[in-house]
Design a protein around this ligand. Structure first.
Ligand code: PFF
Length: 450
C-alpha cells in the first residue's frame, strides 16, 4: 500500500497481515457505533436477521469479487475496470467508488473525532460522571453541538489518517491490528458480561434477538443492505484496492470468509453489549447516532475499573475507526496516484484537505447547522444516506454484474485458483454473483418506489 505508483505488488507482508488489514477496513465505527443504532431504529431482531441474509447472500460473494478484481489488475478501482474492459462505460463503477470514498470519509472522520474526544474525556473523567444515560446523553449532545471543539477533534482524526496513509500502512498498521483485534474482542466480551448482568437486561436481548416481522418495510430492507455494504467496506472498491496489494499465492476464498466472519462477529457482539444496557436503563433503542456514546459511559461508570475500561475501549474504537478510514482515503489517493500521476504526498494532503472541508457541514449538523435539513435529514444524515444506502449497494450490484457477466465468472475463477488453490464452491458463488446479488439489490431499490 505504500507506493502504488511503482506497484511493488504483494505488499502485505504476511497472509495474516492482509486478513487483518482487510478486517481492519471492515471492522470500524460501522460495527460498534452504527450497527447498534441502526438496529435500534429499525425494529431489532427482524432487522438483524435481514442484515445477516444480506451479509452472507450478497456481501460475501461481492467481497470475493472485489478481492479478485483487485489482485487480477493490481490497480485502483478506476484503473481496474478500465484494464479489464478498456474504453467502456464500466469504468464509471470505479468513479462512483472514488466518490463514495470521498463522501463516506467526510462524515466518518467526524465520528472518528468524537471517539478521539472520548479518549481524552475518559482520561479527564468528564464522561464518566453520570449515573443515568440521559445525563450522559445530554453531555454528549452538548459536546457535539460545540463548533470548535468538534472541528478540532475532527481535524485531529483526519491528521492521524494522513500520517498513516502518507507513509503507507506498512508494519505500523499491520502490527497494530495484530494487537488491536484480539484486545477489542476481549473487551467486548467483558462488556457483554457486564451488560447481560444488569437488571432487566433480558428485555434487551429479546428486542435484539426476537424477530418481529411486522416492523419490516421496504425501506428497512434497503437500510439492512446498506449497512451490510457499509460494514463490509463493499461497493466502492476499498476491498478491490486492498486486493490489489496481494500476492497471487493468497487464498482469496479463505480470506473472504475470515473477514466476513470477523466483521459479523464484532457487530453481533456489540449488539449484545448495547441492547441489554439500553433496556436495563430504560432508554429507547431508537435514539440514533448518540446511542453508543450515551449508553456505554453509563455502563463504564457503574463497573469496577470503569475509567480504565473506558479509556481502553475508546482507544480501541479510535484505532478501529482509523484502520477503516485509511482504507477510504487510500481508495481516493490510489486513484490520483495511478490515474492522474500525482505523487503520494500531494494526493494525500490535497484530498484529506478537501475531504475535511466537505466534512465540516456534517460536523456542524448537530450544532449550528442542526436546522438545515434536506428532505427532513441533516447534512450529516444526507451524506451518510446517499453514500451508504445508494452508492454502495449500486456500486456492489454493478460490480457483481461486471464480474458475473462482463469479465465472466470463469475468468474470475481462474484468477481465484491461481497457484493450485481449489475453489470448491465456485458454482454456488457464480450463481450468487450473477443472479442473486444483482437481482436482490435491484429488487430492493425498485421496491422503494412501489
Ligand atoms: N467498514 C467500515 C466500518 O464498518 O466502519 C466503514 C467503511 C470503510 C466503509 C471502508 C466503506 C469503506 F470502503
Amino acid at each position: 500500500m505504500s507506493t502504488p505508483t511503482n506497484n511493488k505488488r504483494g505488499f502485505w507482508a504476511t497472509r495474516m497481515g492482509f486478513i487483518l488489514a482487510a478486517s481492519g477496513s471492515a471492522i470500524g465505527l460501522g460495527n460498534v457505533w452504527k450497527f447498534p443504532y441502526v438496529t435500534g431504529q429499525n425494529g431489532g431482531g427482524a432487522f438483524v436477521l435481514l442484515y445477516l441474509v444480506c451479509i452472507f447472500a450478497i456481501g460475501l460473494p461481492i467481497m470475493l469479487a472485489e478481492f479478485t478484481l483487485g489482485r487480477r489488475t493490481n490497480l485502483n478501482p478506476v484503473g481496474a475496470f478500465a484494464a479489464i474492459k478498456p474504453g467502456s462505460p464500466w469504468v464509471g463503477i470505479g468513479f462512483m467508488g472514488v466518490s463514495a470514498g470521498f463522501l463516506i470519509l467526510s462524515f466518518y472522520a467526524v465520528v472518528g473525532g468524537w471517539t478521539v474526544a472520548y479518549v481524552v474525556k475518559s482520561v479527564t473523567h468528564s464522561v464518566l460522571d453520570f449515573s443515568s444515560p440521559e445525563q450522559a446523553g445530554q453531555f454528549f449532545g452538548q459536546f457535539i453541538s460545540h463548533t470548535w471543539e468538534v472541528l478540532i477533534y475532527h481535524a485531529i482524526f483526519m491528521a492521524l489518517c494522513v500520517a498513516i496513509v502518507i507513509k503507507g500502512v506498512h508494519g505500523g498498521i499491520e502490527r497494530a491490528c495484530d494487537i488491536m483485534m484480539p484486545t477489542l474482542f476481549v473487551i467486548l466480551l467483558v462488556l457483554m458480561a457486564r451488560s447481560l448482568t444488569l437488571p432487566g437486561a433480558m428485555e434487551g436481548v429479546k428486542f435484539y434477538l426476537y424477530p418481529d416481522f411486522s416492523k419490516i418495510q421496504p425501506q428497512t430492507v434497503l437500510i439492512a443492505l446498506g449497512q451490510a455494504f457499509f460494514s463490509l467496506s463493499l461497493g466502492m472498491g476499498a476491498m478491490l484496492t486492498y486486493g490489489s496489494y496481494l500476492s497471487p499465492k493468497e487464498n482469496l476464498t479463505a480470506a473472504t470468509v475470515y473477514v466476513v466472519l470477523f466483521d459479523t462477529l464484532i457487530a453481533l457482539l456489540m449488539g449484545m453489549v448495547i441492547f441489554p444496557a439500553v433496556f436495563s436503563m430504560g432508554l429507547a433503542p431508537t435514539e440514533g447516532p448518540s446511542l453508543v456514546f450515551s449508553v456505554l459511559p453509563t455502563v463504564f461508570s457503574s463497573m469496577p475499573m470503569g475509567t480504565l475500561v473506558s479509556i481502553i475501549f475508546f482507544i480501541l474504537l479510535t484505532i478501529a475507526a482509523l484502520t477503516s478510514a485509511i482504507s477510504l482515503l487510500e481508495v481516493v489517493v490510489a486513484y490520483f496516484i495511478d490515474q492522474r500521476g500525482w505523487d503520494r504526498k500531494r494526493a494525500v494532503l490535497t484530498m484529506a484537505g478537501v475531504i475535511y472541508l466537505l466534512g465540516v457541514p456534517s460536523a456542524l449538523s448537530f450544532g449550528v447547522l442542526g436546522d438545515v435539513k434536506f428532505m427532513g435529514m441533516t447534512f450529516f444524515d444526507t451524506v451518510d444516506n446517499i453514500a451508504s444506502n445508494y452508492l454502495l449497494p449500486l456500486g456492489g450490484m454493478l460490480t457483481a454484474v461486471f464480474v458475473g457477466w462482463i469479465w465472466g465468472t470463469r475468468a474470475a475463477k481462474e484468477e481465484i485458483e491461481k497457484h493450485e488453490t481449489r475453489f470448491h464452491w465456485a458454482d454456488q458463488w457464480a450463481f450468487l454473483i450473477r443472479f442473486i446479488a444483482p437481482v436482490a439489490v435491484a429488487g430492493v431499490f425498485l421496491a422503494r418506489f412501489f
